[in-house]
Design a protein around this ligand. Structure first.
Ligand code: GTP
Ligand code: MG
Length: 453
């Protein structure tokens, strides 16, 4: 377990070479450690001011040799990332140099920080809650712009605020229900059953809406799966290659070129997508093609979004219609490709529900319609209302599972009320719900943590 009394240090910049490398030190001895290893250029060490970068030299105390020129910034507690005294030494980003300076810092009285220990201290000292600590990790690991934006909003406390509001509601309801039990003889109702009912249904609404936000949050965090399907030769692999910006799948003029599923991840409008190119669907000519078609069907079943492609330069075939029929229940877009060629396609026979707003006309060859297709894809995934509400989305499975448990406990409390059970029973579930909720923000574990870990 971590010793929170220790002064900790680590290289905070990523491994590898770069213009700058930063060593961070946090804890009660941070300044004392810095004093041994850093000599300011123009002022005595004791005159260093917080929040100001000072140019100077890093010194190896064992032989008084200069190691590097560096900037040192001192953040005085509690106005620092960890709420402890923090010193940052910004030197040149050379791995052997950084390791050498880290060693000097450790010899001067710091201990090597565990992974995530700076953030853990920020949590421990109440500067951030657990949701925000997790957001820092998400932000650092974000792969797309939206993921970064969502994590940043979570770090700014949007989700925490929404959870805090819930927390207060629970606490208020619990307090008033308890008072009604404790002062039952006083002929004064602290809360009527109608009021309890009102509060409970408010809580249930809010918890359900949070729970539902997880699906959209998950899309942004983990991405979705999307498959292109269609008859042979319509241009599926050509579009796939276009999105990948490389000639990943073989494209030929021969129908039946793609025989197996190819999956790659791409990033469309900031959304991470697991994208599959599939074998053209038709009456299979041989065993391999038969297996290919079976896999295409499976891809249709498993994908979150389907792109069904047809060819503008020829009339719809039996196969085209069969495919469109198979995907109608799914979230899909109908793509009419090869609009650079004369139109021979007959869309009249398709139901309006298919052709209305879900159709995009493109030519992979000339590039026409492709930007609009990207917009359509992101809109079909996000249903158009992002990212304003983004920060208060649940993106994390841990959070979602806790909210689900909290919701069930609240629903149990409501049914106890409906069955006319006494406040004690309702309170039991309410307290459990409140306890669950605290596990998201870390309130529960902080309450249970000994004050000195
Ligand atoms: N004129 C024109 N030709 C295109 C367009 N897109 C693709 N093609 C051509 O259509 C042919 C088939 O393209 P593919 O991408 O292999 O088609 P596919 O749907 O993957 O075919 P299978 O793998 O056999 O199912 C190739 O000769 C492409 O160059 C387009 O927008 N316009
Ligand atoms: Mg193909």
């Amino acid at each position: 377990m971590h010793h929170v009394e220790d002064t900790i240090a680590a290289i905070s910049t990523p491994p590898g070479r770069g213009g700058l490398g930063i060593i961070r030190v946090s804890g009660s001895r941070a300044l004392a450690v810095a004093k041994k290893v850093f000599r300011p250029g123009s002022i005595p060490f004791r005159e260093l001011k917080p929040n100001q970068a000072t140019l100077g030299k890093v010194i190896d105390p064992s032989n008084q040799r200069e190691v590097d020129q560096a900037l040192m910034t001192y953040f005085k507690r509690p106005r620092s990332y960890t709420r402890e005294d923090v010193v940052e030494i910004s030197c040149h980003g050379s791995p052997p140099l950084l390791y050498h300076i880290l060693e000097i810092v450790l010899q001067a009285g710091a201990r090597l920080a565990e992974p995530g220990e700076f953030t853990y201290r920020a949590f421990l000292h109440g500067r951030i809650d657990l949701v925000q600590a997790e957001a820092i990790n998400d932000l650092i690991n974000a792969k797309t712009h939206y993921q970064a934006e969502l994590a940043y909003q979570q770090l700014q406390g949007k989700l925490s605020l929404r959870l805090q509001a819930l927390d207060h509601k629970f606490l208020d309801l619990i307090a008033r229900a308890e008072a009604s039990i404790d002062f039952v003889d006083e002929d004064y109702l602290f809360i009527t059953p109608q009021e309890i009912e009102h509060h409970l249904s408010e809580l249930i609404d809010e918890l359900s809406s949070l729970e539902q936000s997880y699906t959209r949050g998950r899309v942004l965090r983990e991405g979705i799966s999307m498959a292109i399907v269609g008859s042979p030769n319509v241009g599926k692999s050509s579009l796939f290659n276009h999105f990948l910006a490389q000639e990943r799948a073989i494209v030929t003029h021969l129908p039946g070129t793609t025989r197996d599923i190819i999956v790659e991840s791409v990033n469309i409008e900031g959304i991470p997508i697991n994208f599959s190119d599939t074998a053209g669907m038709r009456q299979p000519a041989d065993l391999i093609e038969k297996e290919g078609v079976r896999r295409s069907r499976q891809a249709i079943r498993e994908a979150d979004v389907i792109i069904a492609m047809v060819d503008n330069s020829r009339p719809l075939t039996q196969e085209d219609r069969m495919i469109i029929d198979e995907i109608r229940q799914k979230n899909f877009l109908l793509i009419i490709n090869k609009i650079d060629l004369p139109a021979k396609i007959n869309l009249q026979k398709l139901p309006p529900s298919v052709t209305d707003h879900r159709t995009v006309r493109i030519s992979v060859k000339t590039g026409e319609g492709l930007p609009r297709l990207k917009e359509k894809i992101s809109a079909s995934i996000l249903e158009g209302d992002l990212p304003e509400s983004g920060g208060a989305l649940l993106t994390n499975l841990r959070h979602k599972e806790i909210i689900t448990r909290c919701l069930s406990a609240t629903i149990r409390a409501q049914s106890s009320l409906h069955r006319g059970l006494s406040e004690e029973f309702i309170l039991l579930d309410l307290k459990q719900a409140y306890h669950q909720l605290g596990e998201i923000t870390g309130r529960t574990s902080r309450e249970e943590m000994p004050s000195r870990a």
